[in-house]
Ligand binder design. Structure first.
Ligand code: HEM
Length: 507
C-alpha cells in the first residue's frame, strides 16, 4: 500500500512539474509573440483574429472554402497601402506593393530568400522535397554555383535548338484535338496542355520521351498532390498532426517519393552512359549531374542534392506554363475580338506551315502581348519573398532587419493604381509603344533570382498557342467558372473544358 502511495505521489509530482514546464513554455511563447507585436505593430495591417494565431484563422477559412489567399492580400493592400503586416503565430510577414522597394529589394542579391517559406520547402511532411535546389537555395554561394552551371542550358543558342521538340510535341496536341473535334467530344484544355508541357520538359530536360498525351501517367497527379500538400504544409503548421489529414499527408509523401525515385533512376542511367563514354545531350540532366561534386566519389548528400534539382525542374518547368496556357485559352474563349486579331497575326506570320521557327516567334508580337496580359491577371506563380538584410523605410514605416518581405505580382497586377480597370483583359497594355509597367508586373520575379526558364516557357507557350489558333476554334462548355484555384501556384478551377472545331469547318 505504502509503495502504491509513493508511486501515486511521484506521478502527481511528475504531472505537476510537467504542467509547470508547459505553462512556462506557453508563457514564454506568449511573451515572444507580444515582443514580435511590439516590434511590428507600427506597420499598418488588418486586426488580428487572435493574439496567438494572428491572421491564420482567416487564411485557413479561405483555404477551406476554396478561395484564393492572394485575393485577401489584394483587399488588404487596397485598404492598408503599399506596406502592411500579417501575423501567423509568431511570424510576421510584411507585404509590399511599393514599386521602388520592389526594385530595391528584388534587384539586389543582398537579401536572401526568406526562411519562412524556402527553408520549409526543403522537406514536405518529413520527406525531402526541393531541398537545396535552385528555387529554394538560400545561401548565395550555393545558389550561384548552381545557376552558373545551369545557365548554358537556357542560353538563346541552346533554346533555338529546342524548336524542333516544341513543334513536335505541340503537333501531338494538335493531333489529339483533331480527334476530339472529329468525334465532337469535350476537351479538358488544362489537362491536355499539362500533358504537353510535361512531355516537353521530360524530353528537353531529361532526354526521356514519354508521350503523356497518349498514355496514362501518374506524374501530373503526383505534381498536383505535391503542390497542394505544399500549400497546406506552409500555411497550416498543425495540418499534419490532425488525424483526419493523415491519408492526404501519406499521399503527399508518396507523390514526393515517386518524383525523387524517378529522378534517381534517370540520373543513374545518365551517369552510367557518361561513365561508358557515350555521347549525352548537354541538357538540364547533364547540368544537374555537373552541379554535384566529383562523380567518382559522390556522397549520399550529393545524390540527394541532384534529386533536389530534378524535382525542382520537374515541377517548375512544367505546370506554371501549362496553367498560363490554360488561362490564355480561357480568356480567348470569352474575347472573340482578341482571338480574331491573333488569327490575323498568325496567318500573316505563319500561314499554313506546320514548322514554326525561332524567327517567327519574334514576329508574333500580339501573341506576346496576350501571353503577358494573361500573366498579369493570372500570375501563375503569384509572388516571391525575401529576408531583409538591413533596415529600410517604406512609405515612412521603419522595417527592421530580418523581416520577411512578401512581393506579389498577382496583387500588383490587379490594383487599379497600377493598371486601369484591372479586371479587364486588355493585351494593349503591353503594346510595344505603351509605357512599361514600373516594378508592379513581375510574373517571373526580378533580379538575380528571377525565373531561369522564362524564355523557355514563353517560346513553348507561343508555339502551342500559334498552332492552336492556326487550326482550331473553341468554345467553353456551359457552366465553366472563371475562378482561380489556389494550389500555391494558380490554375483555372474548372479545367477550361471546351468544345473544339477545325477552323476549316468554320468557313
Ligand atoms: C509561365 C511559366 C513560368 C512562370 C510564371 C515562372 C515563374 C517563376 C518565378 C516567379 C520564379 C521565382 C520563384 C521564387 O522566387 O520563389 C521562378 C523561378 C525559377 N523558375 Fe520559373 N516560371 C515559369 C516557367 C519555368 C520553366 C519552364 C522553367 C524551367 C524549364 C523554370 C525554372 C525556374 C527556376 C530554375 C527558377 C529558380 C531560379 C533561381 O532562383 O535561380 N520556370 N519562376
Amino acid at each position: 500500500m505504502a509503495f502504491f502511495n509513493l508511486l501515486l505521489s511521484l506521478l502527481v509530482n511528475a504531472l505537476y512539474v510537467l504542467f509547470i514546464l508547459l505553462l512556462v513554455v506557453f508563457l514564454g511563447f506568449c511573451l515572444y509573440i507580444k515582443y514580435t507585436h511590439m516590434k511590428y505593430d507600427h506597420i499598418p495591417g488588418p486586426p488580428r483574429d487572435s493574439f496567438l494565431l494572428g491572421h491564420s484563422p482567416t487564411f485557413l477559412r479561405i483555404m477551406r472554402d476554396g478561395g484564393v489567399l492572394q485575393d485577401k492580400l489584394l483587399e488588404w493592400a487596397e485598404i492598408y497601402g503599399p506596406v502592411f503586416r500579417v501575423n501567423v503565430l509568431h511570424f510576421v510577414l510584411v507585404n509590399v506593393t511599393c514599386p521602388d522597394t520592389t526594385k530595391e529589394i528584388l534587384m539586389s542579391s543582398k537579401h536572401p530568400k526568406d526562411k519562412f517559406l524556402y527553408k520549409k520547402l526543403f522537406y514536405l511532411f518529413g520527406q525531402r522535397f526541393l531541398g537545396n535546389g535552385l528555387v529554394t537555395a538560400r545561401d548565395h554561394e550555393m545558389w550561384y554555383k548552381q545557376r552558373r552551371i545551369m545557365d548554358p542550358a537556357f542560353s538563346s543558342l541552346y533554346l533555338r535548338g529546342l524548336m524542333g521538340t516544341f513543334n513536335e510535341t505541340a503537333e501531338k496536341l494538335m493531333e489529339r484535338l483533331s480527334e476530339i473535334a472529329d468525334k465532337n467530344m469535350e476537351a479538358n484544355m488544362l489537362h491536355l496542355v499539362n500533358c504537353v508541357t510535361l512531355d516537353v520538359i521530360n524530353k528537353v530536360a531529361f532526354g526521356v520521351d514519354l508521350d503523356f498525351l497518349n498514355t496514362k501517367s501518374p506524374f501530373p497527379k503526383a505534381i498536383e498532390t505535391c503542390l497542394k500538400g505544399m500549400t497546406y504544409y506552409v500555411r497550416d503548421s498543425f495540418f499534419e498532426f490532425k488525424p483526419k489529414n493523415r491519408p492526404f499527408v501519406k499521399e503527399v509523401r508518396e507523390a514526393c517519393r515517386l518524383l525523387r525515385s524517378t529522378g534517381a533512376k534517370w540520373v543513374n542511367e545518365r551517369k552510367t552512359a557518361m561513365q561508358n563514354g557515350e555521347e549525352v545531350p548537354k541538357d538540364i540532366l547533364t547540368q544537374i549531374i555537373k552541379t554535384s561534386a566529383a562523380e567518382e566519389k559522390m556522397t549520399e548528400e550529393d545524390e540527394e542534392f541532384m534529386l533536389d534539382n530534378f524535382v525542382t525542374f520537374f515541377i517548375a518547368g512544367q505546370e506554371t506554363t501549362a496553367n498560363q496556357l490554360a488561362f490564355c485559352i480561357m480568356e480567348l474563349a470569352r474575347h472573340p475580338e482578341i482571338l480574331e486579331e491573333l488569327r490575323k497575326e498568325v496567318e500573316e506570320v505563319i500561314g499554313m506551315k506546320r514548322e514554326i521557327n525561332y524567327e517567327d516567334l519574334g514576329k508574333l508580337v500580339y501573341l506576346s502581348q496576350v501571353l503577358k496580359e494573361t500573366l498579369r491577371l493570372y500570375s501563375t506563380v503569384p509572388g516571391t519573398s525575401r529576408e531583409l538584410a538591413e533596415e529600410i523605410t517604406i512609405d515612412g514605416f521603419r522595417i527592421p532587419v530580418g523581416t520577411n518581405l512578401m512581393f506579389s505580382s498577382y496583387v500588383c497586377g490587379r490594383m487599379e493604381k497600377f493598371f486601369k480597370d484591372p479586371l479587364k483583359f486588355d493585351p494593349d497594355r503591353f503594346h510595344p509603344d505603351a509605357p512599361k509597367p514600373y516594378y508592379c508586373y513581375y510574373p517571373f520575379a526580378l533580379g538575380p533570382r528571377s525565373c531561369l526558364g522564362q524564355n523557355f516557357a514563353q517560346m513553348e507557350a507561343k508555339v502551342v498557342m500559334a498552332k492552336l489558333i492556326q487550326r482550331f476554334s473553341w468554345e467553353l462548355v456551359p457552366g465553366q467558372s472563371f475562378e482561380v484555384l489556389d494550389t500555391g501556384t494558380l490554375r483555372p478551377k474548372s479545367g477550361v473544358v471546351c468544345s473544339v472545331r477545325h477552323r476549316k469547318d468554320d468557313i
